[in-house]
Design a protein around this ligand. Structure first.
Ligand SMILES: [Mn+2]
Length: 425
């Protein structure tokens, strides 16, 4: 991503907040895994959206005062001993180049507290006129959940009780809902790599293999092709395991004549793909599998045709439910629409972007620039069949573009592909 993108996102953010005000965002900190190990670092996505910096312990300060719009970054200073152990962290010049923040506004963390002191103390500093502080106070239901912004709000209350704390979480989320072409390009790259990985799965599928062994081919593919990470824990569910929506055991034996469902994706500069494909382990659908598959596929295609700006999420969900109900009646599974929840129990789609379930304000209708998923499914436990077909689409002025249209999903195409390419057929 070019630095111009982050200059643009900050400019858009400045438009949404009041003046005069200060905003402080944290990149996040390492979390202990066990003993002296840390979990792989995941940058706070709102911080990343405004800076492009993917490193722990970095703070962004945005100052707005009428026409003044300033961005400052606080980074860790490289310690020569630590450099020998874990390598170099970003130098000010690099941080400036990535974020588009002027070099003179890149500081070391050690000066953060005195910098804030100057902004909030009118009796001690000429700039000390700020009375409003925005923090990213994301709400979570996890017990004991905390983050640096929450902790910093406590510091502020004690040190600067006159400062009013406001939450900018929704302001940033609102911006993130509408993707810029640069973001869509990165998502397209994730989808392209995912496509390759899914084809590798179809080439490598064979009865007798374990689910995680097949999954390994996907991981190898995305690692090999650009050192990409999965978007989330890959779901590899064969047979009736596919009726468990977030099945992640991935340790069952692949059986002849079963289907296998893959819900997976990968990330490019934190922009993810979220794709689901279902195919026959041995390369050939049974008659019944084909019938059910085509019902789901038909709903997938009709939903893609249906999507355009102005449609609400409720309308989108209800449309998919109506189609799935009709399909289930045809398949002899249900008689009344109300019975659908036995075979379909999730929603039809969600926003996707820097997060797989990209935070969005779902009270807003679907609109141009959004990238969302289309993922109808049917889960028939008594028949050992779970099918979901998920694409990622970009909403345009009068419809949508299916970004994952090149990942095959027609019965004939899948059978043909596996017949020609599977290593074991
Ligand atoms: Mn999804």
């Amino acid at each position: 991503m070019q630095k111009s993108f982050f200059i643009k996102t900050r400019k858009n953010f400045f438009k949404k907040i009041e003046s005069p005000s200060v905003t402080v965002l944290f990149s996040g900190r390492p979390i202990q895994r066990t003993a002296d190990q840390e979990y792989p670092f995941e940058v706070n996505r709102n911080f990343y959206y405004l800076t492009g910096i993917n490193q722990a312990q970095v703070i962004l300060v945005l100052i707005k005062n009428n026409n003044l719009q300033e961005a400052h970054l606080f980074i860790e200073e490289n310690d020569p001993v630590l450099v020998k152990w874990v390598g170099k962290k970003l130098e000010p010049v690099e941080a400036s180049k990535i974020s588009g923040i002027e070099l003179e506004n890149i500081h070391f963390l050690s000066s953060f507290d005195s910098f804030m002191f100057k902004l909030f103390n009118s009796t001690r500093s000429p700039q000390g006129t700020y009375k409003v502080l925005y923090l990213d106070l994301e709400q979570r239901e996890l017990p004991g959940y905390t983050n640096q912004a929450l902790e910093y709000s406590e510091v502020i209350r004690k040190k600067y009780p006159a400062v009013v704390i406001k939450n900018c979480y929704e302001d940033i989320i609102h911006l993130r809902m509408y993707k810029h072409p640069e973001e869509v390009a990165l998502m397209r790259e994730s989808i392209e790599t995912t496509k390759g990985g899914i084809e590798e799965l179809m080439r490598s599928s064979v009865p007798g293999l374990l689910e995680y062994q097949l999954e390994a081919y996907f991981n190898l593919w995305i690692k090999y092709h650009g050192n990409k990470k999965p978007s989330f824990e890959t779901i590899v569910a064969s047979g009736k395991n596919a009726t468990i929506l977030h099945y992640v055991n991935n340790d069952d034996v692949l059986k002849d004549k079963d289907l296998i469902l893959f819900d997976l994706g990968c990330q490019t500069e934190c922009y993810v793909s979220d794709i689901t494909r279902t195919f026959p382990i041995n390369g050939k659908f049974t008659k019944r599998q084909k019938e059910i598959y085509n019902v789901v596929l038909d709903v997938n295609k009709k939903c893609i045709e249906f999507l355009k700006p102005g449609i609400t999420w409720d309308e989108y969900n209800n449309y998919a439910k109506k189609l799935l109900s009709e399909g289930c009646k045809k398949l002899g599974l249900i008689k009344e629409d109300s019975e659908l929840s036995k075979y379909y129990y999730h929603s039809i789609g969600h926003s996707v972007g820097l997060d797989t379930h990209d935070p969005a304000l779902y009270q807003y209708p679907i609109d141009e620039g959004m990238v969302i998923t289309v993922e109808p499914g049917l889960y028939i436990e008594e028949e050992g069949i779970g099918i979901r077909i998920e694409d990622n689409v970009l909403i345009t002025k009068d419809g949508c573009i299916n970004l994952s249209k090149d990942i095959i999903k027609e019965v004939d195409e899948i059978e043909q592909f596996m017949k020609e390419n599977n290593k074991f057929i």
